[in-house]
Write a protein that binds this ligand. Structure first.
Ligand SMILES: NC(=O)c1ccc[n+]([C@@H]2O[C@H](COP(=O)([O-])OP(=O)(O)OC[C@H]3O[C@@H](n4cnc5c(N)ncnc54)[C@H](OP(=O)(O)O)[C@@H]3O)[C@@H](O)[C@H]2O)c1
Length: 256
């Protein structure tokens, strides 16, 4: 698609968790739209930084500009520094995609308190404090837009995922509240709830589980990261300038 269509050419966007999976696709799609992309990775595994550098190359090859920044969402100090660096490097911030998130699945009877805290620290507290650090900058943009990543299980529930589903439901409530709070500054806040998308996060599924899942998806396929990236670009773009506080389900019809 021509980079003029989205109206994001030369705009600066921060995408968290863009070294892999959905975030990687979002960063590359933004590159194709001609955006300046600050993308984060944790640096916690051997390949994390290497993957992020590779995404930077792909963003630049696609026509955008890229900056890779290390960020662990459970570190609130680092969050502020990262957002500041993204703003300074590209001389502004027009969009934020809170994509990074973790999943820790376990039946409720066996769930450990430490795992619950870790999940909430990254998915809920981390997402909120990235928003907080970015609000001032996004407010200056005149066309600021935040897209937060929830999940279909926030709406449908999912056995073995009670804390994860709760963390993703919190993101919906948080986003609607921020949408109301920031509307006077023309700053929009929306949420995407992906269904099952083919990434490392869902790679643990066994063949039998995948087949059972496909039975329940009306469009009869698992989603691709690009399916989510397309929705993110729409919500960042001026094409959605009258859309705020909304939840966009991208799930092949799995939940309606
Ligand atoms: N895949 C799905 O089916 C699905 C469905 C619904 C919702 N979602 C949501 O969509 C988002 C992306 O999912 P995904 O499947 O693309 O995940 P993924 O493949 O596991 O990638 C996760 C990304 O987040 C980063 N990350 C992990 N822990 C982090 C932390 N503590 N602080 C900052 N960044 C961290 C990772 O960086 P490193 O590479 O450095 O580890 C990586 O870039 C998540 O919020 C997820 O909950 C996914």
């Amino acid at each position: 698609m021509s980079n003029q269509v989205w109206g994001l050419n030369g705009k600066s966007v921060l995408v968290t968790g863009a070294s892999r999976g959905i975030g990687r696709s979002i960063a590359i799609a933004l590159g194709e739209a001609g955006a300046n992309v600050s993308l984060t990775y944790t640096g916690s595994s051997e390949n994390s930084e290497k993957n992020a550098r590779e995404v930077c190359e792909l963003v630049e090859k696609a026509g955008g500009k890229a900056l890779a920044l290390a960020l662990d969402l459970s570190n609130t100090e680092q969050i502020k520094d990262t957002v500041d660096q993204a703003f300074k490097h590209f001389g502004g911030l027009d969009g934020l995609v809170n994509n990074a998130g973790i999943v820790i699945d376990q039946l409720a009877l066996r769930y450990k308190e430490d795992d619950f805290s870790k999940l909430m620290d990254v998915n809920v507290k981390g997402t909120f404090f990235v928003c907080k650090a970015a609000l001032r900058y996004l407010g200056k943009s005149g066309m600021g837009s935040i897209v937060n990543m929830s999940s279909v299980v926030a709406l449908s529930g999912s056995a073995g995922q009670a804390p994860y589903a709760a963390s993703k439901a919190a993101i919906i409530a948080m986003s609607k509240s921020l949408a109301r709070e920031m509307a006077p500054r023309n700053l929009r806040v929306n949420v995407i709830a992906p269904g099952y998308i083919d990434t490392d996060m869902t790679s643990f599924m066994e063949e039998g589980q995948k087949e059972a899942l496909l039975e329940r998806i009306p469009l009869k396929r698992v989603g691709k990261p690009e399916d989510i990236a397309n929705g993110v670009l729409y919500l960042l773009s001026p094409l959605s300038s009258y859309v705020s506080g909304q939840l966009l389900n991208i799930n092949g019809g799995l939940y309606m």
